[in-house]
Design a protein around this ligand. Structure first.
Ligand SMILES: NC(=O)c1ccc[n+]([C@@H]2O[C@H](COP(=O)([O-])OP(=O)(O)OC[C@H]3O[C@@H](n4cnc5c(N)ncnc54)[C@H](O)[C@@H]3O)[C@@H](O)[C@H]2O)c1
Length: 491
């Protein structure tokens, strides 16, 4: 049975949480008195469905069920995780906890999205302070991995560990903030940048657009991969951080910063900034900007996946978790029915696989089929250890037929047959589907090789036996339509 989450307050942040839980297979129960909440959450969900599955190189679980409830007590019934995302008012948040604690499970975790309040302030007059803690996410919650998890002394360590495990299971990166502090860690840093940026605009030094360029063309890119301290360590050259500090430490005393001075929010300042912001990007509506933001975020995080670094490392870990949970076959002995084609790939089409025609580009068909061949190799025994011991397969020939389009976010599956495997040669047939719609076929000849001589070499006994088992069991299937077809043959 699916786990249940309750979302209390379904605005920008609550909607993002709803999507994060739902797309990870949780049932989600929403309470929000706003009559527009259903529509707003629907729009956030639509954005999440097109972007979030693309973070993964394996299939996401089946979506959970979404329901809306008229009362808070009904929404929290049976929920394991309750996420409060009501407006940032301490009295309102405290009132909400009192009401929901009268109805929720005493074991449930109540996470607050608060950007500023300490957990002990939130716990104030609660019936059971031990179950309330800060779980501060970042917008868009369905893509950003960071969640600042801030407990107080009232939260037992085992509850904190359980909270971390649940958040990690949602593909997030729970950062345990060990000392409670107003605005936690990230918003403290952002607040300093925001304050300086407001001064720069107010003093007429730079426009909103020039400040954004200063961030996105420079340190913004650096921060996304190494953060602040590692970036400066590298900037210190071979002598590292000590040298960096000796060189730039004294600059802190120069009057570069306005420190805690905050510009007064006069009508003039608000108009100045809002007008510049309209001039900068007023030609795009907010939903369009959200889609651009989401596509950029997914593309950047996918690039970091290839490096196994920062948010990319978190996504790789989640892929391993998802692929295990989905029960993808990894060994020949796990194949339930070898007489059927084997599912060797299941995933969604990510944004960086699209071309100018708005569908999956041709090279990505080969990418997906190559991944499917890799999986088949692993299944028959040509895994990382085997390759490290000096044996592998090289692809000698490929023929792909493009039959139908694959769209952004669409779930695709590759089913594989072993048509022949003898001596040194393996003949594979892959079919790619979206549901039962055939998108493409691929026919490959792979040659088993010695990585030492780089020449063909006979299969190992284990690979030979596994391939013979699969090819034998699948021999009864009718010959695939299109097998042996040459380029340009009449259809
Ligand atoms: N917007 C951000 O970038 C951001 C980022 C991280 C955290 N947060 C935090 O998340 C929380 C929510 O912020 P938001 O930006 O989503 O605000 P929002 O105004 O978009 O959403 C708040 C929602 O709460 C609902 N609500 C009001 N009273 C309620 C009640 N008694 N019970 C249930 N629902 C109620 C409103 O109808 C609204 O839909 C705040 O604590 C904020 O500090 C915001």
């Amino acid at each position: 049975m699916a786990c249940k989450a309750a979302i209390i307050g379904g605005g920008v942040i609550g909607g993002g949480w709803a999507a994060r839980f739902l797309l990870n297979g949780w049932d989600v129960r929403v309470f929000d008195p706003d009559p527009e909440a259903k529509r707003k959450i629907g729009e956030v969900l639509a954005n999440a469905r097109r972007s979030m599955p693309g973070l993964s190189d394996t299939a996401m679980p089946e979506e959970g069920a979404l329901s809306f409830h008229d009362t808070m007590s009904e929404a929290v019934r049976g929920a394991e995780w309750i996420q409060e995302s009501v407006p940032e008012r301490l009295d309102l948040k405290r009132k909400v906890y009192q009401a929901l604690q009268a109805a929720c499970d005493a074991e449930a975790i109540i996470g607050s999205s608060t950007s500023g309040f300490k957990p002990s302030a939130l716990q104030g007059c609660a019936t059971r302070p031990a179950q309330i803690m800060v779980a501060h996410p970042f917008n868009p919650v369905y893509l950003m991995p960071l969640v600042e998890l801030v407990p107080s002394a009232a939260n037992p360590p085992e509850t904190v560990e359980r909270a971390k495990a649940i958040l990690a299971g949602l593909g997030m990166f729970p950062l345990h903030v060990r000392k409670e502090i107003d605005a936690h860690i990230a918003d403290r840093l952002l607040e300093a940048v925001w304050r300086e940026a407001l001064w720069l605009v107010k003093d007429g030094v730079a426009t909103t657009e020039e400040i954004d360029e200063a961030i996105r063309m420079g340190f913004g890119i650096r921060w996304a991969q190494m953060g602040l301290f590692d970036t400066y360590r590298v900037a210190g050259g071979e002598a590292g951080m000590r040298h960096f500090m000796a060189q730039f430490g004294p600059a802190l005393e120069w009057p570069w910063t306005r420190l805690m001075d905050v510009p007064e929010f006069t009508d003039e300042l608000v108009d100045l900034i809002a007008d510049q912001s309209d001039a900068q990007s007023g030609h795009l509506d907010i939903r369009e900007m959200e889609r651009i933001r989401d596509d950029n975020l997914v593309s950047m995080m996918r690039a970091l996946k290839a490096q196994g670094w920062a948010s990319g490392a978190v996504l790789n870990k989640q892929d391993r978790r998802l692929s295990q949970a989905a029960g993808m076959v990894r060994r020949a002995e796990d194949i339930a029915d070898a007489s059927k084609p084997i599912v060797t790939q299941a995933r969604a089409v990510p944004v960086d696989w699209l071309d100018y025609n708005g569908h999956m580009t041709e090279s990505r068909y080969l990418h997906a089929f190559a991944d499917a061949s890799d999986r088949l190799m692993e299944i028959v025994g040509c895994d990382q250890d085997y390759i490290a011991s000096g044996g592998s397969f090289f692809t000698a020939e490929t023929h792909i037929r493009h039959i139908d389009e694959a769209k952004l976010g669409e779930r695709i599956e590759v089913r594989t047959r072993v048509l022949m495997a003898e001596g040194k040669k393996m003949h594979l047939w892959h079919e790619m589907y979206a549901g039962e719609r055939l998108l493409a076929t691929a026919e490959h000849i792979l040659i088993h090789v010695s990585l030492e001589t780089r020449r063909p070499a006979p299969f190992s006994p284990e690979i030979a036996a596994n391939l013979a088992m699969i090819a034998g069991a699948q021999a009864e299937l009718p010959a695939p339509e299109g097998v042996g077809r040459y380029v340009g043959a009449p259809r």
